[in-house]
Design a protein around this ligand. Structure first.
Ligand code: ZN
Length: 427
């Protein structure tokens, strides 16, 4: 007989089984496992809607069914497993993703999904029922590595990206999202946009060095910073490196270098607020010869900022600088925006719930802004949302087979997830 879960009740003593959680992470990590040639370390390659992802999805669904949860799949392949509550009020949803980059570890995304299932298992073992239902979910193509758009499943579920636009996206081989959903058996019947949770929680590895470095056990995530990507094409004039006098040159390579340095200068100037990050990750000169002045360069700019206002100023300043460089260097610069998301602040209320759950467990914690994108930023438009970060070893390296969080780090994060979910289900 299930005991009703009342406020001030014994579930304060409830803890997840860290060993069982860690074993599940290990078992899912076997799906799509490969050996990294240079280090001999075993990594994970489970690109969205690949054969390996299909196998991983089926494994997680079988675990959901073992727990007696009712599983449904929506039209973009997101999978939801619901545990009934005492009421039919909107549920508390916990989720993340199980797709991976081609060179992943076993924690990114999987901790949030398998952690949600561990929460369900812990409750079932104790025979406890919550007031609101609980949902454990995983979302399609969070990484964006195969079809080029990250957080795809959660963005479609919450209305940022139309379903038909998502279906039409193609991978490098020309295979579509819709075709690959069919092939893996995850083109579900549930209408997207149907889910309106009461709250959303996601436990995730930090993927950076801060928590470990500063000695905190838990990060209470305040939001996801604004992201802006541009691709630039700079056209100058190819010329002989030996015979062309400097004053006759239109060097696209120099133009790109000036833009890259400008990014550093903008950060150093302190005029664009705190926390700006900028990267020129692609810089391809043509024809790319030792003795030829580059006539054309394709390069990219990746900007991150915790404040939308400053992000807009950074973008304006850069575009003005492009004009200056065009004039100075005699080149032409065209650019297009390839990604742009605003700062996604998380709910103050849910952050306090997460902080409270960590304090209850005696875990040291700190507010932290996420540098990477997550499914939670999409759900934050649909309902009150926050995230739990756990530290990672080796400077929090991620998207790499060396990605590693200890059993205790994982269990701590999922115990906080459990505590926060229990508080929110009684709302
Ligand atoms: Zn992730």
């Amino acid at each position: 007989m299930a005991k009703a879960l009342k406020k001030n009740n014994p579930k304060k003593e409830l803890r997840v089984d860290g060993e069982r959680l860690y074993k599940a992470l290990h078992d899912l990590g076997e799906v799509g496992a490969y050996k990294d040639e240079s280090t001999g370390i075993v990594g994970v390659n489970r690109l969205a809607l690949s054969e390996a992802d299909g196998a991983g999805r089926r494994k997680v669904v079988s675990w959901m069914k073992e727990l007696g949860l009712s599983v449904s799949v929506d039209q973009i392949g997101n999978v939801y497993a619901e545990r009934r509550g005492e009421t039919d009020l909107p549920p508390v949803m916990m989720g993340s993703h199980i797709d991976s980059v081609p060179t992943a570890g076993r924690f990114d995304g999987c901790l949030g999904v398998l952690g949600a299932l561990e929460v369900m298992r812990t409750l079932s073992e104790s025979g406890l029922t919550t007031k609101r239902p609980l949902v454990a979910a995983f979302f399609t193509e969070e990484e964006g590595c195969r079809f080029g758009t990250d957080m795809l499943g959660s963005a479609v579920a919450t209305g940022r990206i139309p379903l038909e636009a998502a279906y039409a996206l193609k991978d490098a081989q020309g295979l579509t999202v819709k075709g690959e959903l069919e092939k893996t058996g995850f083109l579900g019947p549930e209408a997207v946009g149907r889910r309106k949770p009461h709250a959303y929680l996601e436990c995730h590895i930090e993927q950076g060095p801060s928590l470990r470095h500063d000695g905190f056990e838990i990060g209470v995530v305040t939001g996801v910073q604004a992201i802006s990507w541009q691709e630039l094409t700079i056209v100058g004039k190819s010329a002989h490196a030996g015979t062309t006098p400097m004053e006759f040159r239109k060097d696209a390579g120099v133009a790109a270098a000036r833009i890259n340095l400008k990014l550093r200068e903008m950060i150093a100037s302190g005029m664009f607020g705190k926390g700006m990050r900028a990267t020129m990750g692609v810089n391809r000169p043509h024809p790319g010869m030792v003795n030829v002045v580059p006539g054309r360069v394709v390069c990219t700019v990746d900007l991150r900022h915790p404040e939308d206002g400053f992000m807009e100023e950074v973008e304006r300043e850069l575009v003005a600088f492009y004009k200056q460089v065009e004039k100075d260097e005699g080149v032409s610069i065209s650019w297009r925006q390839t990604a742009r998301t605003a700062m996604a602040p998380f709910s103050d209320e849910v952050q306090s719930v997460v902080e409270g759950a960590a304090n209850e467990l005696g875990l040291s914690n700190t507010p932290i802004l996420s540098g990477a994108g997550h499914d939670a930023q999409e759900w934050s438009r649909a309902c009150k949302t926050a995230m739990v970060f756990v530290p990672g070893e080796y400077d929090g390296i991620s998207h790499n087979p060396r990605e590693f969080s200890t059993l205790k780090q994982c269990a701590d994060g999922v115990n906080v997830l459990l505590g926060a979910a229990l508080t929110l289900t009684e709302d």
